[in-house]
Design a protein around this ligand. Structure first.
Ligand code: MG
Ligand code: MG
Length: 253
């Protein structure tokens, strides 16, 4: 089902988006070499609860995971790219960390992810991967707007990722957002312009390019949740929740 938000729901979506943005930035700023993934999960829990928000992850038990997730944030390190289950692991300088957070506040969800390198080092391969996903996300946002086909948005993402030399996995991509985290339409990270659903004002989309350095194939970790690159290569992921408006597009996170 595709949800179209009322003006009041859109106002609440802005609050949820601002909260997710603030939590992710705070977690990024606090993370340093030696920080444990479980510590990041505790910080996330504290901020979600202090804001009176509800985690979309704790009780989440979809067909592709070993259900309920049981944590407040996804922490994916290096070759892990999606759904990283927080483990008792201390981060090292140079680790590429992706934090992915979705919460519901007063009935409206926002979902966002950031990738960054721990400890201020800038390994060129990590920088290139993060840069590609951020540029793909920016291209998708620049393309989206009322009346635009979903295929145009997907093609904008795929154009950047493929142009940077990466192959695109189509098993997981972006999605509609609203009263729940994962809704229609599916936003593939590659596609054909002029095809698919036409975006309408009031639609929220989570747009989320992600990429792996030398493969498009995923493997599932023994924890039943964390998805890793099949070759063990580095990975990155960038996600924003955006609202389609009468005028264009508004980034909420
Ligand atoms: Mg997400
Ligand atoms: Mg998402």
């Amino acid at each position: 089902m595709i949800e179209i938000l009322s003006p009041d729901e859109l106002r609440r979506a802005r609050d949820t988006g601002a909260l997710v943005h603030r939590i992710l930035r705070t977690l990024r700023d606090r993370t340093r070499p030696g920080t444990n993934l479980l510590e990041i999960d505790r910080w996330a829990r504290q901020m979600v609860e202090e804001a009176g928000a509800v985690s979309c992850y704790v009780d989440y038990a979809p067909s592709f995971g070993r259900g309920p997730f049981g944590h407040y944030i996804c922490t994916s390190v290096n070759d892990a790219v999606l759904h990283g289950l927080p483990h008792d692991r201390a981060l090292a300088a140079g680790d590429l960390l992706t934090l992915d957070l979705a919460v519901s506040l007063r009935g409206v969800v926002a979902d966002s992810a950031i990738s960054f390198v721990v400890g201020g080092t800038r390994p060129p391969e990590a920088v290139a991967l993060i840069d590609a996903t951020e540029r793909a996300l920016a291209a998708a946002i620049a393309t989206a707007g009322p009346g635009v086909h979903l295929g145009d948005v997907s093609a904008a993402i795929g154009g950047v990722l493929e142009g940077a030399g990466y192959s695109v996995n189509t098993e997981f991509g972006g999605h509609g957002v609203g009263s729940t985290m994962h809704q229609d339409p599916h936003v593939s990270n590659t596609g054909r312009p002029g095809r698919g659903y036409r975006l309408r004002p009031g639609l929220l989309l989570a747009i989320e390019p992600w990429v792996m350095a030398d493969t498009a194939e995923l493997v599932t970790d023994a924890d039943g949740w964390t998805l890793r690159s099949a070759t063990g290569c580095l990975t990155a992921h960038s996600e924003h929740t955006v609202a389609i408006t009468e005028e264009g597009v508004e980034v909420l996170t």
